[in-house]
Design a protein around this ligand. Sequence first.
Ligand code: WT7
Length: 652
Amino acid sequence: MATQHDDVMAESASTDRSAEVDAMAASAKSYVPDDSVVEAAHIKDYDAFRRAANEDIEAFWAEQAQALEWYAPWEQLLDRSDAPFYKWFVGGKTNIVLNALDRHQKTATRNKLAFVWEGENGDRRTLSYFALDREVDRFANVLRSLGVRKGDTVTIYMGRVLELPIAMLACAKIGAIHSVVYGGFSAQALADRIADAKSKMLITQDGAWLRGKTVDLKDIADEAAEKSPFVQTMIVYQRTGQAVTMQAARDYWWHDLMALPIAIGDSGTAVMEAEDPLFILYTSGTTGKPKGLIHTHGGYQLYISNTLKHVFDLKEEDRWWCAADPGWITGHSYIVYGPLILGATSFMYEGAPNYPYPNRWWQLVENYGINILYTAPTAIRGLMRYGDAWPSRHDLSTLRLLGSVGEPINPEAWRWYRDVIGRGKLPIMDTWWQTETGGFMITPVPAQTLKPGSATKPYAGIIADVVDEEGESVAANEDGYLVIKEPWPGMARTIWGDPDRYVSQYWEKYRDKGYYLTGDAARKDEEGFFWIIGRTDDVIKVSGYRLGTAEIESALVSHDAVAESACIGVPDELRGNVIHAYVILRDGYEGSESLVKRLKQHVREEMGPIAVPAEIEIVESLPKTRSGKIMRRLLKAQVMGQPLGDTSTLQD
Ligand code: WT7
């Protein structure tokens, strides 16, 4: 049994995962890669590659950056003078679009497919690098003519359609900052993000297909625009053809604008400073408000293309499928920008994995000859549930590598993924990273030994460690805080409009040492393999989605009936965790089944379906410390039927 630092684990309550890791690490069988895999890999001696990188991180990144085009070279690779506000490639002039699109127009890549797409309803579409560039040019012209300027923010609220990357790239091209809001978020959540980013422009679509029904994105966007006074212009892409209301002088159809003469012609890529912001992406943290993390044109483009090339060993002929949503960091980095910079062919699918039948994904792999599949444990578990017969009806032999992201992958799912989808032999790249890190941080590469359940080791140039409260490395197999000790080019630069929060959230705890606090607990074994335990803060991963307990609690408290609330994550076989909420009612309200239903509906409206608690329990009181802090750990122990542990700080 691993020793646990009480302080690390006190409120994190991830003891089940800790026990799971005990079992996994103890029985860990190492999977040594086949010679053929090593032979084919971009980097054959990865240990040497990493060692050299870590010896001189700056020299490593300077060398790797040669793979990219720059309008003007940087004067200083890394400026530490204003730490933790690190600056990379200072003085360098670039634009991520220069590398993602422009430079491919000069080579045979212009004739290669950038995207292959299938709609849930069977619609199909492809875009070559040339055609994608044309679309982006046109849309960039449209944005400019509607008054969008360098440095303006544009909110994008769409489903998985190719117009989403087109819109993102067009923003980047003209130097506007995109803020993509996941299409599963509610009107309120969208309105909050529009207001925080102060976007005057909102890009959406009429509806998106999901499980044979439409998600009415335009209706939700209308509601959000009403709640948020900023939106002056809305561009609507027509996907489903469903009826929507178009508000005169505010709303325009995408196809109408793209057909105008102003859309024609090369729009010109804006020359950006390496450190200029590329996008804002909101994610959940410990406190109520979601934080808008900022990523830049310069360091980000290097980090994501470099990690993608080496971790998934992308080859000229590959068909790459990252099955995430472009609305999350995984999609930004590894559906949109990373693959395009590498000149790869990406597949995108609009709908649900099990629609109309649970073989949909496997049919797509077969039909499109997918070589690399990258998805989340929750999706694997979901499809595993339907049994082996569904995938076994399909020819999955084109697959040569598999990937996992978003939460720890449990041994059962790992084995099924490898045995049933990976023909009993494909390597699984379990990549640990975060919205904040921009790209993969702790991850295997194909030519490296794997241990199921471990994300293996830090990427080249990434100095990660597991430390105690004081920042000292803990012994092998002890749990502690996962930290990153040196800056890396893909790191988020700040929180939009709230630099103080950036410092307090990520850098304050180990200020003297200058370590980045990830918010995860982890363990390192004798061989230096990292095992991720889970979050140490009040962030819960539900089906791989990141939710803050504080956000759900404030959504509940915003209902008239609720005086106080506490939410916890409870382990769930399919979804990793589910939310259990405890609420104290205001005077005059009676607990009932219908009230619980209404509260769930309320959370759905405030945040979206992903945040709806699996259980809402109405209680008389909540366990609190004498200083008034809710002891979520006790609520959790009670649900799990575990001992309550130390209750000496409990109020009564
Ligand atoms: C949190 C970050 C990075 C893209 C998607 C998630 C958890 C992520 C793994 C993994 C164990 C993982 C961590 C992390 N996480 N990948 N391979 N193994 N845990 O990004 O929404 O910012 O969430 O996801 O807890 O801190 P995110």
